[in-house]
Design a binder for this molecule. Structure first.
Ligand SMILES: [Zn+2]
Length: 76
């Protein structure tokens, strides 16, 4: 990750999000109730999952395009 060396961070023990070492408190879950932290964690997880599935979709499209180009090159 490009952030290494620039900002040292560690995962928050409460919400699991990355927190800068310089922060005295987690800025993500500071002042939130336990229930709100649960929702924060869940939405963060869903967000990561959506990003991953988008990446996988892009990867498959690229693979398909590469496959067809290779096929065309072999045919002609
Ligand atoms: Zn936190």
């Amino acid at each position: 990750m490009f952030r290494f060396g620039l900002f040292r961070s560690k995962p928050c023990s409460r919400c699991g999000l990355e927190v800068n070492y310089l922060e005295p408190e987690c800025p993500h879950c500071k002042g939130l109730s336990d229930l709100q932290v649960v929702f924060l964690k869940k939405s963060h997880r869903d967000d990561l999952r959506n990003k991953n599935s988008d990446l996988i979709a892009v990867f498959w499209k690229l693979t398909l395009v590469a496959f067809f180009i290779t096929l065309l090159l072999f045919i002609f």
